[in-house]
Design a protein around this ligand. Structure first.
Ligand code: FMN
Ligand code: CDP
Ligand code: MG
Length: 234
């Protein structure tokens, strides 16, 4: 996503916004002439910007007889959400805290293995400042929080690099500082972790921490939890 953002300029972002205002989040039909008028630009400019947005993977498009069908890709939407997060910071202050609600659940039992691998563990110690407990606490996010999660993606993450050993390659992951809150209390030094090669959908959140949270704050499957997520610099 950051690659997409870096690859387009302000003019393309403005074009993307105009497309989204016209319904392109879920797909819409546009003509270069119509878009040009809305952008107060020439047809040629509108056409060039559409081409650029398609090249960087911010939109999918299909040429029709009477125009083109345009839909924002996930990267395109993330790019606009990032703009949105910037404006929130401008108008609503620095409080960029994202609160995600979910219930504790049992996952596939793989988190333990991945977190323990030295190629990740050394980076966690170096970049998060602690040795995480071997595993990820999994939460089933509420539907509203699945949408809210996109705001988390707009916060600056701590990056954990991919690496390889003799057998295979391991994917990168993003971590965001987080506080885990329950009715009984809160736990502060945790991180949400989003492995690039996860087998879970975006309705599942994984949290890592120095301690086993099930013991530390007494969690069981089905229990409600709120995770407050902040950006790396927050
Ligand atoms: C730090 C980290 C790195 C991961 N890297 C990979 C990977 O390279 N390939 C892969 O198939 N899954 C990878 N996984 C994802 C796990 O296979 C799985 O999607 C999930 O994290 C397991 O969670 P669970 O056991 O809590 O359900 C990684 C998980 C973590 C925590
Ligand atoms: N900081 C953490 C990480 C994992 N855990 C728990 O530790 C166990 C091992 O994690 P895991 O990711 O391998 O297992 P699952 O999440 O797949 O069930 C699970 O029961 C997690 O819920 C925890 O309580 N606190
Ligand atoms: Mg887990």
């Amino acid at each position: 996503m950051s690659e997409t953002r870096a690859a387009v300029g302000a003019a393309e972002v403005a074009t993307l916004k105009e497309l989204a205002l016209g319904g392109a989040l879920t797909g819409t039909t546009v003509t270069c002439a119509g878009l040009a008028e809305r952008l107060d630009a020439s047809n040629q400019t509108a056409s060039r910007r559409l081409q650029r947005l398609a090249e960087v993977g911010a939109i999918d498009r299909e040429v029709l007889n009477d125009g083109q069908r345009v839909e924002l890709t996930a990267d395109g939407e993330a790019l606009l959400r990032r703009e949105h997060a910037d404006y929130r910071r401008i108008f609503e202050g620095e409080d960029a805290d994202v609160a995600l609600d979910g219930t504790v659940t049992t996952g596939m039992g793989e988190g333990r293995h991945y977190i323990s691998l030295p190629g990740y563990m050394e980076q966690f110690i170096d970049r998060l400042g602690y040795e995480p407990f071997a595993g990820t606490l999994n939460l089933d996010l509420d539907p509203e929080s699945v949408r809210e999660r996109a705001r988390m993606d707009a916060l600056d993450p701590v990056r954990i690099d991919g690496w390889e050993d003799d057998e295979r390659t391991y994917g990168p992951a993003f971590c965001w500082p987080a506080t885990v809150e329950t009715d009984a209390g809160q736990y502060e030094t945790a991180h949400v972790i989003a492995p690039e090669r996860t087998h879970h959908g975006d309705d599942q959140l994984e949290v890592i921490a120095p301690d086993r949270l099930r013991d530390e704050i007494g969690l069981e499957d089905g229990e409600s939890v709120t995770v407050h997520v902040a950006g790396e610099d927050a």
